[in-house]
Each structure stands twice: as structure tokens, then as C-alpha cells.
Design a protein around this ligand. Structure first.
Ligand code: A3P
Length: 304
């Protein structure tokens, strides 16, 4: 039984920001570290689809796209529950009595759509044994950093971000929750040559949503009529998702996510980093970026 989201208990739920620990050198919420054995031993089903990303790359957007594809454009079916209940967050270990990602997944019948922010080396091996499909969403580093900073300000589910300057350095040194953006996007980029991984860029979704939806559709072996495709495009625009309570996280108690600090659906654009990066920060970032990314074959766009 899922925890009743409208109950007084849920709404009065107070969350303390978590302590951090590590799994194989990757910084993770200590509650995830404590549950690591169970997470690592998760048993995937061959029909399960895993949606993966570094935090704030647009995974909620992809979740809505994938759900609309599975529900064949039936928006009412997609409004059945908030994103976090439709697609269990594999490694999530919220305080009791909120069910963990593993508990939610176990209550669901395959084919399940699951979400994770884990880097490639921490993905439970069962996903590879079962040859599951994975859709990885990648977003340029500068906008990911900005989005992540504002998200950590508004959610009690993660440590306090501190000042912008400190956060900027923490991102570059890979000490934020789920670790280094560089290792994450590169690890998954290599994995696509070994496993069934569809690598999708946030910026491509912004440029041509229809085309990216079609790529996802064909990866999932679906063939939807033109009018359904059109419906999916309309239902997954930034504005539509910002207004959709089942996608915009307003169903979370304000004691967990305070959208008056920063909305979950914040700006949804490419290039907001220009409003945050100081000139000296941009130079340092570009220098480190070149050092880490040259020769990887990965090419991100930071403005459209
Ligand atoms: P911003 O903070 O830059 O606005 P995630 O879902 O991985 O947590 O990522 C959240 C980011 O994706 C936020 O970025 C959010 O606004 C953006 N986003 C969510 N849905 C979107 C959509 N339909 N179109 C564009 N951006 C979207």
C-alpha cells in the first residue's frame, strides 16, 4: 500500500536534511548508504525500463514522455498519480512511513518504469543480466549546476547547498550528492556501446521535442499514430508540466519541498547559467571542462 499522500500525517511530515555518506567513493545520502545492500541486490525484470540521469537533467520531463507513450496519449491515465509514485525512484530511502523506491517497485507489476540518479558503476547488476532498456538524459554541465543549486535550496531531501560560490566549487570537485557530473555523463556515454542505452540530450528535447519523442518511441518498440504524438508533445511542454500537479511536485508537503523558495519547474531553458556565472567562474569552469571532457566524444550545447 502506498503512503496516503493527502493524509494529515503526510502533510505535517517534517523532514531533516540528510547526512551524507559514500558508496564506492560516490557521495550519497547516508540513508541510501545504509540500504545499499538491498539496492545493489534489486531484481530487475526483463521488461523493466530504467530512466537514468545526473540530478536536474530533466528526468521528470522524460518520465512524462515515457508515461504518455506507454498510456498511448491518454492524459487521464497519466494523471493517475504523481510522477514519484508512477515511477519508483530506485535508490530513494525517505524517512518512514513513506515507502522506499524498492518498496514501491516491489508492489508494481512489470513492465515497470524506474528512475535513478546512480552513476553507471552503481547500477544494480540485475539490470544488465536482464538486458533491460535504459534511457539516459544528459544536460549541459552549466545549466545542471544552476538547476541543482536552486533545487538543493528548496528541498529538505538533500543537504543545504551553502553559498553559490561554495556550491560552484563543489560541483567542479564532484562532491555533490550522486558525485561528479563529469564521471556520470561519461560513464553512461561509454555504457551505451555495451548495453541497451538510449542517450538523450535535454538540449535536443528543447530544440525538437517531437523528434526526441519519436526516438524514445522507437527505442521502446512503440508505433503511435500522428495525433497521439501531437498530444504527447502538448502534454510535455514546460508550461503544461508546470501547471500539472501530477508532474510539478506540488503534491509534496511544503516541509519537504518549499516551492516558494524555488519552484520545481523553475525556468526550463537552456542558458540560464549566464545569469549566475561570474566571468572568473566561467573561465575556471571552461578550463576544468576542457581538461575533463576533451577526447570523450561527448558534445554538449550550452545555448540555443
Ligand atoms: P530548471 O531548474 O533549469 O528550470 P529533473 O526532473 O531531472 O529534476 O530536472 C528538473 C529540470 O528540468 C528543471 O530545470 C525543470 O524546470 C526542467 N524541466 C522539467 N520539465 C521540463 C519541460 N517539460 N521542459 C523543459 N524543462 C523541463
Amino acid at each position: 500500500m502506498a503512503f496516503e499522500k493527502n493524509s494529515a500525517l503526510f502533510q505535517s511530515f517534517v523532514m531533516q536534511r540528510p547526512q551524507m555518506g559514500q558508496v564506492l567513493g560516490v557521495p550519497l545520502d547516508q540513508n541510501i548508504c545504509d540500504a545499499w545492500n538491498d539496492i545493489w541486490n534489486f531484481r530487475a525484470h526483463p521488461e523493466d525500463v530504467l530512466l537514468a540521469s545526473y540530478p536536474k537533467a530533466g528526468i521528470t520531463w522524460m518520465q512524462e514522455v515515457v508515461d504518455m507513450i506507454y498510456q498511448e496519449g491518454d492524459t487521464n491515465k497519466c494523471l493517475r498519480a504523481p510522477t514519484y509514485d508512477r515511477h519508483p525512484f530506485l535508490e530513494a530511502v525517505p524517512p518512514k512511513p513513506v515507502p522506499s523506491g524498492l518498496q514501491l517497485a516491489e508492489e508494481m507489476e512489470p513492465p515497470r518504469v524506474l528512475k535513478t540518479h546512480l552513476p553507471i558503476q552503481l547500477i544494480p547488476p540485475s539490470f544488465w543480466k536482464q538486458n533491460c532498456k535504459v534511457i539516459y538524459v544528459a544536460r549541459n554541465a552549466k545549466d545542471s549546476l544552476v538547476s541543482y543549486f536552486h533545487f538543493q535550496r528548496m528541498t529538505k531531501g538533500l543537504p543545504d547547498p551553502g553559498t553559490w560560490d561554495d556550491y560552484f566549487m563543489a560541483f567542479l570537485s564532484g562532491t555533490l550528492p550522486w558525485g561528479s557530473w563529469f564521471d556520470h555523463v561519461n560513464g553512461w556515454w561509454k555504457a551505451k556501446d555495451k548495453h541497451r542505452v538510449l542517450y538523450v540530450f535535454y538540449e535536443d528535447m528543447k530544440k525538437d521535442l517531437r523528434l526526441e519523442i519519436q526516438r524514445v518511441e522507437s527505442f521502446l518498440d512503440k508505433d503511435l499514430p500522428e495525433e497521439v504524438l501531437e498530444k504527447i508533445c502538448q502534454h510535455t511542454t514546460f508550461q503544461a508540466m508546470k501547471e500539472n500537479p501530477m508532474a510539478n511536485y506540488t503534491t509534496m508537503p511544503t516541509t519537504v519541498m518549499d516551492q516558494s523558495v524555488s519552484p520545481f519547474m523553475r525556468k526550463g531553458i537552456v542558458g540560464d547559467w549566464k545569469n549566475h556565472f561570474l566571468v572568473a567562474q566561467n573561465e575556471l569552469f571552461d578550463w576544468e571542462y576542457k581538461r575533463r571532457m576533451d577526447g570523450t566524444g561527448l558534445d554538449f550545447c550550452t545555448q540555443i
